[in-house]
Design a binder for this molecule. Structure first.
Ligand SMILES: C[S@@+](CC[C@H](N)C(=O)[O-])C[C@H]1O[C@@H](n2cnc3c(N)ncnc32)[C@H](O)[C@@H]1O
Length: 277
């Protein structure tokens, strides 16, 4: 099968459309990556070149279905259980403390959860801590990729997902099946999955108010204006003083002053300022 080549103008038009839709930004170094990721899509839609594919994405009858496919094809879904655990310790420690003091529910949102390892880790750690009853926890998890969400809802994982998981946790919260493990029902029941595009500020705001939002290892794929837009929408979905957890490589210090950063020896996180709106 010969490769269908993408021209410079087609690349620019397509990457801008993708950025506007999902935030994911393919810079000039990623032209060939985009070209190769979309080969199968062009064939599926019987497009002989990228110009035809672009026309399909803007005017084709099934364009929304195709954008849904792209949400799965274009996202990097790399994740694993107990990733960047120090931040999760902050959740189980001081965020839970605050909820207990307020006497309300603990409301957590894993906003780009990929295949579910992040929210299930949170569920397991909350369960393990025995500090708060599952009935007092609202743990929601979302992603833009329909395929990742299907896998999350199934709750079946292979070895790579467990690279940072203590063996006793696997024993306690999973059961083996063929060449992998299913997460146990009591953990599964704690997480509610749904689909959302983080660029949809109104939908993001409507998910709130949350005590904590996790948005880890996502903003690195966005350009600066999109990062700013997303974290400002999060501020509207967090209660005053609510926590935002980002990935190690993601800093919003120069993007917005709606948050107070906290840097400890182990973890970095941001707290929504009381007057941020
Ligand atoms: C690398 S994974 C991060 C998973 C997990 N948060 C972690 O840190 O392990 C990035 C996820 O962001 C999702 N994503 C990318 N753009 C998005 C958008 N506009 N709205 C919602 N999710 C998005 C992708 O589908 C992907 O599953």
């Amino acid at each position: 099968m010969s490769t269908i080549a993408i021209s410079e103008p087609e690349f620019v038009a397509l990457r801008d459309a993708i950025r506007d839709r999902f935030g994911i930004f393919y810079d000039d170094t990623k032209q060939f990556l985009l070209q190769s990721r979309l080969q199968t899509r062009l064939l599926k839609r019987s497009c002989s070149d990228f110009g035809a594919y672009l026309r399909f994405l803007t005017g084709g009858l099934a364009r929304e279905e195709e954008w849904d496919e792209l949400a799965s094809v274009l996202s990097n879904n790399e994740t694993y259980f107990f990733r960047e655990k120090a931040q999760l310790d902050v959740l189980v420690g001081e965020v839970v403390d605050e909820s207990l003091r307020r006497g309300g529910k603990l409301r957590v949102w894993s906003s780009a959860c990929s295949t579910g390892e992040e929210p299930f880790t949170i569920a397991m750690m909350l369960h393990e801590s025995k500090r708060i009853a599952p009935a007092q926890v609202s743990l929601r998890a979302s992603d833009i990729s329909p395929r990742a969400l299907e896998r999350a809802a199934r709750g079946f994982y292979r070895e790579l997902s467990f690279r940072a998981t203590p063996p006793e946790v696997v024993q306690r919260y999973f059961h083996p099946f063929e060449n992998g493990f299913f997460v146990n029902d009591d953990v599964k029941r704690m997480v509610e999955f749904f689909r959302i595009n983080l660029l949809d500020a109104r939908a993001v705001e409507a998910t709130g108010p949350h005590d904590a939002i996790f948005c880890r290892n996502v903003l690195i794929y966005f350009d600066k204006p999109t990062q700013k837009r997303v974290v400002e929408a999060f501020a509207k979905a967090l209660r005053p003083g609510g926590y935002l957890f980002l990935g190690h490589a993601e800093s919003i210090m120069r993007l917005t002053d709606l948050y107070e950063p906290t840097i400890t020896s182990k973890a970095i996180f941001y707290k929504r300022k009381p007057d941020a709106d």
